[in-house]
Design a protein around this ligand. Structure first.
Ligand SMILES: NC(=O)c1ccc[n+]([C@@H]2O[C@H](COP(=O)([O-])OP(=O)(O)OC[C@H]3O[C@@H](n4cnc5c(N)ncnc54)[C@H](O)[C@@H]3O)[C@@H](O)[C@H]2O)c1
Length: 333
């Protein structure tokens, strides 16, 4: 068993499994391969199995082009094998599930994985919103299930939330968090299972307020986006809300909260506007239909810009790690 308090074994000797090679599973695979792990991918759909190998290779090539030093690509890709079922995961020390967001589907995956891996192998779930404690309910060894919440594109972002369910052994969560630092993540450890974890709780509170402002005619979609991009967007990569209050003077926030909190939207209904947009068939840039107008070409361009921006932010983030201001040189050297 890998223990957080021991020295972590080298990634080269820590076999990682990834189940579900869709959007996230593929970028998670690229992240793990870039960090040096042998990776066993499992994907139910034959077409996606082939696509995942090509996509992982392309993501790694991008990483290399961005200056991440990797062994020759052919060598890295030889560490990646893909199969249609979980039997190939027998030697995995950690397995990350990234299948469809569905309780029954995820439980079926855990049963299949538990049938083949060692009893102390750690299993991580990339669920966006299903409580980890619920996922643990039918497991043989629920103490080994940890929420491991990646953000897309998982091979680029430094975000990661590691979540304990009711039955998770904290040491497993600590092992994943320690290992994740080797994947160039800055993980947050949540010791208690809570819906939406940290980032989704806060992001959805913000999204609810954004819909409220649009639906009540205060501002357009573009106005809301512009305000947030240019205010929040100019500091959030450096500072979270608490550091930001430290930087800009705490008493004012206490005063504003007195007046503003009672005014904020606290509806528990899904906003009408998002219902309508979904009913119209809009998926966003994926089908060139969303809150904004797109042509197929502009939707494609937005996808590419998003990827380029993720790399630019990643470069900037490397100059501004969590403790940048605690360093004597303030990160300037
Ligand atoms: N997309 C995101 O930005 C994002 C962010 C955070 C978390 N998540 C979560 O990650 C998970 C995966 O999301 P995604 O966007 O990659 O979905 P996706 O639909 O792109 O990929 C899911 C893949 O799992 C495969 N699959 C389904 N059942 C399987 C099984 N039993 N065995 C093997 N493969 C199986 C599907 O064929 C598909 O390729 C979901 O739980 C989602 O909520 C997604």
């Amino acid at each position: 068993m890998i223990n957080a308090s021991d020295q972590l074994p080298a990634p080269e000797t820590t076999v990682a499994g990834v189940v579900g090679l869709g959007l996230m599973g593929t970028s998670i695979t690229a992240c793990l391969l870039a960090a040096g792990h042998p990776v066993r991918g499992v994907e139910a759909d034959g077409g996606r199995r082939t696509a995942a190998v090509e996509k992982a290779r392309a993501l790694l090539a991008d990483l290399e082009a961005e200056g991440v030093r990797l062994p020759p690509l052919g060598e890295v890709m030889r560490r990646f094998t893909v199969a249609g079922d979980a039997a190939s995961l027998a030697d995995a020390a950690m397995v990350f599930e990234a299948v469809t967001e569905d309780l029954a589907a995820k439980r079926a995956v855990f049963a299949a994985v538990e049938a083949v891996v060692a009893p102390d192998a750690i299993i991580g779930s990339n669920t966006s919103a299903i409580p980890i404690s619920l996922l643990q309910q039918e497991m043989r060894h629920p103490e080994r299930l940890v929420g491991v919440h990646w953000a897309e594109p998982a091979h680029i972002t430094r975000f990661m939330e590691v979540i304990c369910g009711d039955h998770t052994d904290l040491r497993h969560a600590e092992t994943i968090a320690a290992t994740a630092r080797r994947w160039r993540k800055e993980p947050s450890l949540l010791r208690r299972d809570i819906r939406g974890f940290v980032t989704n709780r806060i992001m959805y509170a913000m999204i609810r307020e954004a819909f409220y402002l649009v639906e009540t005619g205060v501002a357009t979609v573009a106005d809301v986006d512009r305000s947030l991009r240019n205010d929040l967007g100019s500091w959030i990569t450096l500072a979270g809300p608490f550091r930001f209050m430290d930087l800009t003077g705490i008493p004012a926030y206490a005063k504003v909260m007195e007046d503003l909190l009672p005014e904020l939207c606290n509806s528990t209904e899904v906003p009408q506007l998002v219902r309508q947009v979904v009913q119209s068939g809009a998926q966003g840039v994926a089908n060139a239909k969303g809150f904004y107008d797109y042509t197929p070409e502009s939707a494609k361009r937005w996808e590419q810009v998003f990827l380029r921006f993720s790399y630019d932010i990643r470069r900037l983030q490397q100059d501004y790690p969590e403790d940048v201001g605690d360093r004597r040189d303030g990160g300037s050297s």
